[in-house]
Design a binder for this molecule. Structure first.
Ligand code: GLC
Ligand code: MG
Length: 243
């Protein structure tokens, strides 16, 4: 699938997923368009967990899937893993050193994940997360640190994250003139919301996105969940659709 002309790149929990009626309205709007809008799900979940959510919420099958906070990219009809990205994400990646650093920090619980493409924890508030971040820096362990929802700590390979993964995907698959909308609601979406594409923060966003000011390219929706995405899509592309 190359030269995509229209792309919605969206987080799932709290953004695309959260209100079924809103989602129906967004998808019905896309059905009225003459050209299809490709879908990329960009989530903190791992692959099996996304599959479960797609099933439970009857979500449309996406064209692309970026999981594990932007450390794994799947594309193609069988959702094959992108090997180039995998290689990039394996460079200077030492999960065992991260686990060792976190071992004795109180208030951190390691998340039970099916692979070590990222190392994630639950933090009891922000303090343990900050202690870990400091220790990783002090030990010179290359990483990208993401904190969301005042609880989730994701330690990613350097150069990883939703924003970088999205840039990689767009470069590889989208037309230079493509209509793109990025949507999110929490801390792990921040880098992709600020990646330079038209983007929307849905109105139900977590407090950690409250301080982010809107700009020409970053729209603050007045509606929550998928309704906010629809509002932003019309804000950025509505005039074009009415031509
Ligand atoms: C999702 C994932 C979790 C991750 C969090 C924040 O909840 O299941 O592993 O830490 O997103 O990215
Ligand atoms: Mg979310």
């Amino acid at each position: 699938m190359k030269n995509i002309l229209h792309l919605l790149a969206t987080d799932l929990d709290g953004t695309f997923v959260g209100d079924q009626n809103s989602l129906k309205r967004l998808l019905s709007h896309y059905e009225t368009l003459t050209e299809p809008v490709s879908l990329a799900y960009i989530t903190g979940r791992h692959r099996a967990s996304v599959a479960q959510l797609i099933y439970e919420e009857s979500l449309p099958t996406p064209d692309f899937l970026i999981t594990d906070v932007g450390t794994v990219i799947y594309a193609g009809p069988h959702f094959e893993e992108d090997e180039e990205w995998k290689k990039k994400m394996s460079k200077e990646w030492h999960p065992e050193q991260i686990l060792k650093t976190a071992e004795n920090i109180p208030g951190l619980t390691c998340q039970d994940l099916p692979n070590k493409r990222r190392v994630s924890f639950y933090s009891e508030g922000s303090r343990p997360a900050k202690v870990l971040q400091k220790a990783l820096l002090k030990n010179g362990i290359p990483h990208n640190f993401i904190f969301s929802s005042n609880r989730d700590v994701d330690i990613l390979p350097k150069g990883g994250g939703k924003g970088e993964a999205l840039k990689f995907l767009i470069k590889k698959y989208a037309d230079k003139e493509a209509d793109i909308l990025v949507a999110g609601d929490s801390g792990n979406d921040l880098d992709m919301l600020q990646a330079g594409y038209p983007a929307v923060i849905v109105s139900n966003a977590r407090p950690e996105l409250a301080a982010i000011t809107g700009s020409e390219k970053l729209f603050r929706a007045s509606y929550p969940y998928a309704e906010g995405i629809l509002e932003a899509w019309q804000h950025f592309y509505g005039n074009k659709e009415r031509l």
